[in-house]
Design a protein around this ligand. Structure first.
Ligand SMILES: Nc1ncnc2c1ncn2[C@@H]1O[C@H](COP(=O)(O)OP(=O)(O)OC[C@H]2O[C@@H]([n+]3cccc(C(=O)O)c3)[C@H](O)[C@@H]2O)[C@@H](O)[C@H]1O
Ligand SMILES: Nc1ncnc2c1ncn2[C@@H]1O[C@H](COP(=O)(O)OP(=O)(O)OP(=O)(O)O)[C@@H](O)[C@H]1O
Ligand SMILES: [Mg+2]
Length: 257
């Protein structure tokens, strides 16, 4: 079964799928008594679709997109600009290059001086720290403007726990959580997201050259098919279920006593 065929039914109802999500977004903002929405725009497809839905739901004057660079590739910044332009969205840029360097240095030095570690912080630790820095920026802007923070994680990422806890995972509402990646792609085309963004390799951009599929060890097509139909090779299913099990804590509130 191809990824096209697993989204055939979904693709018949794109207008309703968009309308349902726009209603949900309006309801969330109204119920919270907030004035608008901030969304982190990375130059990737998930945030592009999220921003496009928010714009349709509330109007462009009530949505603010932020490109938050933390040693990010210029290509992603240009793609975020392209998306903002194509959707008529306001976008500001926040550069965290030096903040990231400083933060990583302080954490690392304190841990080394305290004899807790002797090696530098890992690429993964630094990458997750960048994702959590972005969360701080989005919430600061939402605080200041009386807005909500839109979540962009899709169903595939949530199933795998492929998100940073307290980073891109943290949001006030999420209009993407029931969509697997192939469905996000279908919605993107319907919402006039530029083709370049739809066909771009998904990347968390937490370190240079990172792509989701390389890191996960299987393709989005494979994991989407497994989530929607239960089908897949034993090897792929094992890998997916391992990630799902290990990330159980990300889909729950923290245990308390
Ligand atoms: N069993 C458990 N019960 C409760 N808490 C548990 C736990 N195991 C770990 N933890 C906690 O969770 C932490 C690990 O979680 P976390 O900090 O998220 O880190 P982790 O899951 O190790 O890494 C995040 C993964 O998501 C990917 N990612 C991140 C951001 C964006 C995107 C993207 O697609 O754009 C992808 C990233 O490339 C990486 O593979 C641990 O340090 C610990 O504090
Ligand atoms: N440079 C950035 N500026 C603003 N927000 C960012 C940036 N990088 C990541 N984010 C936020 O983190 C989220 C998680 O990234 P993720 O890579 O899963 O989504 P994406 O980039 O929108 O799509 P794709 O998965 O196709 O790369 C993004 O959707 C976005 O909201
Ligand atoms: Mg990305």
């Amino acid at each position: 079964m191809s990824s096209t065929s697993i989204t055939t039914e979904f693709e018949k109802n794109l207008e309703q799928e968009v309308e349902k999500r726009c209603q949900f977004i309006r309801q969330q903002v109204e119920q919270a008594g907030r004035k608008g929405i901030v969304v982190g725009l990375s130059g990737g497809i998930d945030s592009a679709v999220t921003a496009a839905l928010c714009q349709r739901a509330l109007g462009k004057e009530n949505v603010l997109a932020l490109f938050i660079g933390a040693h990010s590739a210029k290509e992603h910044e240009e793609d975020a600009e392209l998306i903002a332009q194509s959707q008529g969205l306001r976008m500001i840029k926040v550069n965290l290059d030096s903040v990231t360097d400083q933060l990583v240095k302080q954490i690392q030095n304190s841990m080394v001086e305290g004899n807790i570690i002797s090696e530098p912080l890992s690429t993964l630790t630094i990458g997750n720290t960048k994702a959590r820095e972005r969360m701080i920026v989005l919430y600061a802007v939402a605080n200041q403007l009386g807005y909500l923070v839109a979540g962009t994680c899709n169903r595939t990422e949530i199933y795998l726990g492929y998100e940073t806890k307290g980073g891109d995972q943290l949001c006030d509402f999420n209009p993407m959580a029931s969509l697997v990646k192939a469905q996000v792609r279908a919605l993107a085309a319907y919402l006039s997201i530029p083709e370049k963004i739809i066909t771009k390799a998904p990347s968390a951009d937490l370190w240079q050259g990172q792509t989701d599929e390389d890191e996960m060890g299987f393709t989005y097509e494979e994991v989407d098919r497994y989530i929607l139909t239960g089908e897949g090779t034993d090897e792929v299913i094992q890998k997916i279920e391992k990630l799902h099990l290990c990330s159980d804590h990300k889909r729950k509130l923290p245990p308390v006593i």
